[in-house]
Write a protein that binds this ligand. Structure first.
Ligand SMILES: Cc1ncc(COP(=O)(O)O)c(C=O)c1O
Length: 344
């Protein structure tokens, strides 16, 4: 459902994670082997052929990143070149033309600046979510890559993705898989998400925040927490996050790995997180652009319910990681070199 809101009337502190039509989006067309210059448009509707490969064969990919308002009123992006690189890898996996990395960041800056009034004020806990995507278009019917594509990026102000924000919520380990061992799990492509709708619905119907997926090969190790990566803090202060070729390489996760090691002086590792060995963890959370850091209170695994730190309180290490990450994103904490791109 479209929500018709204007920046003047938004209650920035009370935003959830829903579509809001903002004023401008960036759009570029790929035809005869080349991307055009691209332009900003006020039209939020796409007019595409019924034969578009994105509609039938899922030939599409997307990204998600955010723009943040800082205390001095400026606007900045968090690691946008990492999103550009991941989109490149998604395109390569689905045989789509790459949108050049520098042009990607330029387009993001343009669309954010054009929608400047929609960037939530500093201190509200909200930010501007940016959704770039590429779809295969044109007149096609056979299962093969399209000749024509659209790259576009639209934006909207958002609040927390999981309704608790920094309050812990509970998750349900599902029997369904979101990705196959050598499938497309590591690419940010729509097919992975279509398959996650049913397990996500089942989890929410049982009052959990989302489904947790195990590794598709053995169903013994944690892979993903809905549309976010998992991390845990062991009782001897190791920050650990799953390593697998079928999870999405989260930019937030790699940022936390670096911050845990270099700012919190924790040991860090990417490795196996066995679902029957959760007692080793004193804290756990989900991390991602949308989720930011969402503490996991408890995890339902068949008939067992495992509580990490607490069902109601955020653990101290998770809180420190959150403060460091969000501090960098909003300009309050010094960022490692190259992590921040100023829009204006
Ligand atoms: C399946 C999945 N895992 C993890 C993430 C987190 O990735 P990032 O930190 O790059 O946003 C996302 C969101 O992009 C996601 O959709």
């Amino acid at each position: 459902m479209t929500t018709e809101l204007r920046p003047e009337t938004i209650e920035w502190e009370n935003l959830g994670f829903s579509y809001i039509k903002t004023d401008y989006r960036f759009i570029s067309y790929y035809k005869e082997g080349a991307w055009d210059e691209g332009t900003l448009t006020e039209d939020n509707q796409l007019h595409i052929s019924e034969g578009s490969t994105a509609l039938h064969y899922g030939q599409q990919c997307f990204e998600g990143l955010k723009a943040y308002r800082t205390a001095d009123g400026s606007i900045q992006l968090f690691r946008p070149f990492e999103n550009a690189k991941r989109m490149k890898r998604s395109c390569e996996r689905l045989l789509m033309p790459v949108y050049p990395e520098d042009k990607f960041v330029e387009a993001i800056k343009k669309v954010v600046e054009a929608n400047e009034d929609w960037v939530p004020p500093y201190g509200t806990g909200s930010s501007l979510y940016i959704r770039p995507f590429i779809i295969g278009t044109g007149d096609n019917i056979g299962v093969k890559p399209a000749d024509e594509y659209i790259f576009s990026a639209f934006v909207m102000p958002v609040g927390p993705y999981f309704k608790g924000g920094l309050k812990p919520t509970n998750f349900l380990v599902t029997d369904y898989d979101r990705a196959a061992p050598k499938g497309t799990g590591a690419a940010k492509v729509g097919g992975n998400y279509a398959g996650s709708l049913l397990p996500g619905k089942e989890a929410k119907e049982r009052s959990f925040s989302d489904a947790v997926y195990l590794d598709p090969e053995t169903h013994t190790k944690i892979e993903e927490v809905g549309a976010a990566n998992f991390f845990g803090i062991t009782k001897d202060d190791l920050f650990i996050t799953p390593k697998s070729s079928s999870i999405l390489p989260s930019i937030t996760k790699y940022s936390l790995l670096w911050l845990a090691e270099n700012r919190l002086n924790l040991k860090v590792s990417e490795g196996d997180v066995y679902v029957d060995q959760l007692d080793q963890f004193k804290e756990a959370g989900a991390c991602g652009t949308a989720a930011v850091i969402a503490p996991i209170g408890g995890l339902q695994i068949k008939d067992d319910f495992h509580v990490f730190y607490s069902e109601t309180e955020v653990g101290p290490v998770t809180k420190r990681l959150y403060n460091e990450l969000v501090g960098i994103q909003t300009g309050d904490v010094e960022a490692p070199e190259g992590w921040i791109e100023k829009v204006k």
